[in-house]
Write a new protein. Structure first.
Length: 755
């Protein structure tokens, strides 16, 4: 007999899980975190937060559905309450953080309020108020759906870090500007007059002042109280006091409710069009051209909400001391906003302040957020018409409160932690938003973002290190005489180790540095440009190298390019950097250094080394007599090209002095591949370390890359000399010590070059 739905079992990860639980898990719903440690704490916090969110729902509705749209205010209240419920419940049940209280995004409300003002000013373009209200609901839905989709895309492609790349001063400017939108929306709510910078004087007329100044005073008073008494009851208690005080003052003045409505102190819904319902909305008359005209505002809301959501997740991790799966949180919020958008609701994000505060106050479950959703849902069914009894003073105080917090936090407090340039950027964006408008402020922010990036990134030094050949050498081991020649003439070769991503700003700065180098110093013959640590290059920066090559050609300097990855090489090819010019392009810096050394030595055409084994030993030891003795106990070997001098793992531990030819030391792998470690030329020594290592075996292989003659000396042959062994051992140890000193100097110079 089949088991009832929800009781069927399946094996998952070693645990039996009901089909019902499996479905919830697949939907992202968390099945834990619903049992509070202290039920009374979670219930009281949930109730307080629920009442608070209901008041904000009334406030947000009245900010958007104003003027000709106010007939739909009860409908808007119901829609926003349902939207708040969806956001709160979906986030509460899907977030990894149990006490995750989410609500409507106030930034979205502030910008939509400006859209509503614009709509009221262009009401003649609509088929009627019903069509205008339907258009507003469509704009709300479109905004929320786009935000939800963007959150899902950010989760799918792990773009949470990219979202946070917006420069902090620009974000502060946006959010401070949002505070101004709240400030102007509060005045509009209280006076039914649009706030325009060019006509601010009319807002200071007595009949306007008496309406919005008391609300501002209440907002300031509540702000001060919340600073003095940081308690979750401070805000609701203050709002309750405002509500009671308003009606007490009205009663004392003998003003009935109708008089309060006629005087603009309480919301009045009895317009000529009457109070509207959902059935009155004219979706067939939605004004598509108006929607298109406000697409910049919609895009701005999505951008700011994305930034706010991303910052909220980071702040939630810091405030709670836990770790969140950002991709899951983005997906969770994306689902909540998609569902909210389908119901014509507003965007919603985590309310960090409440989430962290409730967590610290002892909340331990998802119950406070679920209760918040429950209160909002109850208000959606019972409280739509209650807006007729809501004092505008209360709404204005709440909106002013939000404005004060935003302006203080992002325009004043944040700027105190910035340098002057960043603070000026914040104030400039804020000023443009106040004087010109929000969208021009957003555009200015984008422009400033680009300029800040260009200016600051161009200041990053793209040259990691630079040196001349007299300070550095290749991995080719040369005779003392060749090394002396390279040290003497090495200043003719300059090496520039580039790094990072090269774009036109940093490339131009680099070009100017090269020109300054050529003007300050003379005698340059070769410039080596090492791209090993360059990640990429844009097309404009590639064109800078065209100018660089032409400039070097005019100075008689030969450029050498090395270490270019595929990305850089392809950029150079597409941009035709080399054109008809065919520069030397080598795989790595060592090959470039080797080429430059060979060129310097060939150009001088001087004797570059001693002629025989005795002269080589005398040059190393600095003593002809010791060289004579040492050469007398060495054996001569002739090698053809490709002959091995020794193999990795050999127990033979002789050292070899190269009289002629070239020996390459390489590390060979079992699969047949080999890595070139170093090259030894005439007058140098190879293999001296095997006799001094604990394993007494070869760590690499050595073979002749051309016909060569070497002289070998085995440590065992020295010990076999009997009474003379000690004398020769002293000479051998001195010989090896001089070699090790030279090796150490070489490694130090290589390390310096890699910085």
């Amino acid at each position: 007999m089949a088991q009832p739905y929800g009781q069927m079992r399946r094996e998952t990860g070693g645990k039996k899980v009901t089909t019902y639980q499996a479905i919830l898990t697949r939907l992202g719903v968390r099945t834990t975190g619903y049992r509070p440690k202290f039920l009374a704490t979670d219930l009281s916090l949930g109730a307080i937060n629920g009442i608070d969110y209901v008041l904000w729902g009334y406030t947000f509705s009245s900010m958007i559905f104003t003027g000709a749209l106010s007939g739909y205010l009860p409908v808007a209240v119901a829609v926003l309450m349902v939207s708040s419920t969806i956001i709160a419940v979906v986030v509460a049940t899907t977030s990894d953080f149990p006490v995750n209280v989410a609500g409507l995004a106030e930034q979205a409300v502030a910008i939509l309020a400006t859209v509503a003002i614009l709509m009221n000013g262009r009401m003649g373009e609509f088929a009627g108020v019903d069509a205008a209200a339907a258009t507003m609901f469509v704009i709300m839905a479109l905004t929320t759906l786009l935000f939800g989709v963007c959150l899902h895309l950010a989760a799918k492609f792990n773009l949470s870090l990219i979202i946070q790349l917006m420069p902090f001063p620009v974000v502060c400017g946006f959010l401070a500007g949002t505070g101004w939108l709240f400030f102007s929306a509060a005045i509009t709510t209280m006076t039914d007059a649009e706030v325009e910078f060019a006509h601010l004087s009319r807002l200071f007329a007595l009949d306007s002042l008496v309406h919005w100044m008391p609300a501002l005073a209440c907002g300031l008073a509540i702000t001060v109280l919340m600073k003095v008494k940081d308690h979750y009851l401070t805000l609701p208690a203050s709002l309750l006091a405002c509500f009671a005080g308003f009606y007490a003052f009205a009663y004392w003045q003998g003003m009935p409710l109708d008089a309060l409505r006629d005087g603009g102190w309480v919301f009045k819904l009895e317009h000529a069009a009457g109070v509207k319902g959902l059935a009155d909305l004219d979706f067939a008359g939605v004004n598509l051209s108006f929607i298109v005209s406000v697409l910049p505002e919609i895009a701005t809301i999505v951008l700011i909400c994305l930034l706010s959501a991303s910052f909220a997740f980071s702040a939630l991790e810091l405030g709670s001391g836990g770790s969140l799966d950002l991709r899951h949180e983005l997906s969770s919020h994306g689902s909540a906003n998609v569902v909210s958008g389908l119901g014509f609701g507003l965007p919603g994000i985590t309310d960090v302040a409440y989430s962290v505060m409730y967590h610290r106050m002892g909340a331990s479950s998802r119950l406070p957020a679920l209760m918040t959703g429950g209160f909002c849902l109850l208000a959606a069914f019972l409280g739509g018409s209650a807006v007729e009894y809501l004092p505008k003073l209360l709404v204005g105080a709440l909106v002013f409160l939000a404005a004060i917090h935003l302006i203080h936090d992002w325009l004043i407090a944040a700027c105190r932690q910035m340098n002057r340039a960043d603070a000026l950027t914040v104030w400039l964006i804020f000023g443009v938003i106040v004087v010109v408008g929000f969208i021009p402020g957003i555009l200015l922010g984008i422009i400033l973002t680009s300029l800040m990036f260009i200016v600051r990134y161009s200041k990053i030094e793209v040259v990691g290190s630079s040196f001349s050949l007299d300070k550095m050498s290749s991995s080719v081991d040369r005779s003392s005489r060749e090394i002396a020649l390279i040290r003497e003439f090495g200043k003719a070769v300059s090496v520039f180790n580039l790094r990072g991503f090269l774009f036109f700003g940093s490339a131009n700065v680099f070009f100017e540095r090269i020109k300054a180098t050529c003007q300050q110093e003379t005698g340059h013959s070769y410039f080596i440009f090492n791209f090993r640590r360059v990640l990429g290059i844009d097309s404009t920066a590639a064109q800078v190298f065209v100018k660089l090559i032409n400039f070097l050609d005019s100075k008689g300097i030969t450029p050498i390019f090395c270490g270019m990855n595929h990305t850089v090489s392809e950029a150079f090819r597409v941009s035709k950097v080399f054109g008809e010019f065919e520069p030397l392009v080598l795989d790595d810096l060592d090959l470039a250094l080797t080429w430059a050394e060979e060129k310097l030595l060939a150009d001088r055409k001087q004797e570059t080394g001693p002629s025989g084994i005795r002269e080589i030993l005398a040059e190393i030891l600095g003593d002809s007599e010791k060289a004579e003795r040492m050469s007398g106990i060495m054996r001569r070997l002739s090698l053809d090209k490709g002959d091995y001098l020794f193999h990795k793992g050999d127990s033979e531990t002789s050292l070899y002095v190269i009289e002629s030819g070239t020996i390459e030391v390489r590390l060979e792998q079992p699969d047949g591949t080999a890595t070139r470690l170093r090259e030894f030329r005439k007058g140098t020594v190879v293999g001296e370390m095997a006799a001094y290592s604990d394993r007494k075996t070869r760590s690499a292989s050595a073979l002749a890359v051309e016909k060569s003659v070497v002289y070998g000396l085995a440590p065992g042959s020295v010990k076999a000399l009997g009474d003379r062994a000690q004398e020769y051992e002293v000479i051998l140890h001195e010989f090896v010590a001089r070699l090790l000193s030279a090796r150490l100097l070489f490694m130090n110079s290589r390390t310096e070059a890699d910085l």
